[in-house]
Design a protein around this ligand. Structure first.
Ligand code: SAM
Length: 379
């Protein structure tokens, strides 16, 4: 067992806020006044050089207002199996109504809404097929599993102000779903592990594109669930010995793995991590935990890694280029509703790694940062 002090769970002492330079304050006030002025908006929308910018801004403002409704249309499409029906199409509203147990009017309303979001496409009057966005989502089981899981998040977000005011002190739908505990029953652990496994292939692809794992001899995936990450890695790295460390009720569901995968049941807050692995991976682990707990995990890894070892962190991170809303908006609120963790920038992880005793860290470029950013760290 590691010699662990009790968690403080105290929020980090906030730095006193810095004040912006005077010019920045004045300029931001002036700009916001101008952009918020109906007279300016009307003028800009009629001026040819501003018209397209102005239309884009108006559309994106409306997306912010209506985003929840769009997500619920997607949820209805997933729940009714609409994307599969359209893929097998063409079909008309009566076909859809029959297959989804909706009235003709409701099926027509759903089809039109789905078409407006590019999930469906009206290929001839009254005749529907899958749209481009629908085709991309239908081929992505991880994204569809997240959509199907969203009613829990939306239940917690139905009163966002109440959720923020609870200050993560009350149980939520998401905190009950993500029940990380050695005594969690196998069914609950199996449910969350399957959800994660559905999207793991995408994360593994990002990690493998960013880092050559085959330079190592033995790799341990901490919090590796049912083994989706090591399974994705195995064909690309045929000589790599693999291991998974996770809670006992999770590992009892990890079946059908190659014989070169060793299972290490344990709790990374209470047990020492297995040694003898020259690469340790953390895929979508750290953002689930508050800072003091993350530091505890990182110190445990530092103690288990040999001197030539590498730690690879892969998860969606805050401030990612072209994917900022995913970090602090989506995961910021998701993890708040989970009552644990927060999205962090690579620099914040760098500081944490230094505190945990790692001297070097480097962010590796990934093809799709909205899915994962990657950090590699060493002694
Ligand atoms: C969000 S899931 C990530 C699963 C997988 N790495 C992935 O990316 O799909 C977090 C994983 O960490 C495991 N975990 C949580 N707390 C743990 C603990 N104290 N000790 C060991 N594993 C833990 C969970 O059981 C779960 O498998």
């Amino acid at each position: 067992m590691l010699d662990v002090a009790p968690f403080t769970d105290a929020p980090p002492v906030p730095h006193p806020p810095e004040r912006p330079p005077e010019w920045r304050r004045r300029w931001t006030h002036w700009r916001n006044r101008v952009l918020g002025s109906p007279v300016f908006q009307d003028w800009a929308s009629r001026l040819p050089i501003f018209a397209s910018v102005s239309r884009r801004r108006a559309a994106s403002a409306f997306d912010l207002v209506a985003g929840f409704t769009y997500s619920q249309i997607l949820l209805a499409a997933v729940q009714t199996g609409l994307l599969d029906l359209l893929d097998a199409g063409p079909c008309n509203a009566d076909d859809i109504a029959r297959s989804t147990a909706l009235s003709h009017a409701a099926a027509t309303r759903l089809l039109r809404a789905a078409a407006a979001l590019d999930l469906a496409e009206e290929v001839a009057p009254g005749c529907w097929m899958l749209g481009q966005q629908g085709a991309a989502l239908r081929s992505n089981p991880g994204a569809l599993a997240m959509v199907a899981h969203h009613p829990l998040l939306y239940a917690d977000l139905s009163d966002p102000l109440a959720l923020l005011r609870q200050d993560r002190q009350e149980p939520t739908a998401l905190s009950r779903f993500w029940h990380y505990h050695s005594e969690t029953d196998g069914e609950i652990a199996g449910r969350y592990s399957s959800l994660m496994a559905a999207s793991q292939q995408m994360v593994a692809q990002q990690a493998m594109g960013a880092y050559a794992f085959d330079r190592h001899c033995r790799l341990l995936d901490i919090g590796g669930g049912h083994g989706a990450f090591v399974n994705a890695l195995a064909p690309a790295c045929p000589s790599l010995e693999l291991g998974i460390f996770d809670l006992p009720p999770v590992l009892s569901g990890a079946t059908n793995l190659p014989s070169r995968v060793s299972l290490h049941p344990g709790d990374f807050f209470a047990d020492a991590l297995p040694t003898g692995y020259d690469c340790i991976t953390l895929s979508r682990i750290l953002h689930d935990h508050d800072d003091d707990r993350c530091l505890r995990i990182l110190r445990g890894i530092r103690a288990a890694l040999p001197e030539n070892g590498r730690l690879v962190i892969a998860e969606p991170m805050a401030g990612a280029r072209g994917a900022k809303a995913m970090g602090d908006a989506y995961f910021g609120l998701y993890l708040w509703a989970m009552n644990s963790g927060r999205p962090r920038t690579p620099t914040e992880y760098g500081e944490m790694l230094h505190k945990a005793g790692f001297r070097h860290w480097q962010q590796k470029r990934t093809a799709t940062p909205v899915i994962a950013s990657v950090i590699v760290s060493s002694y």
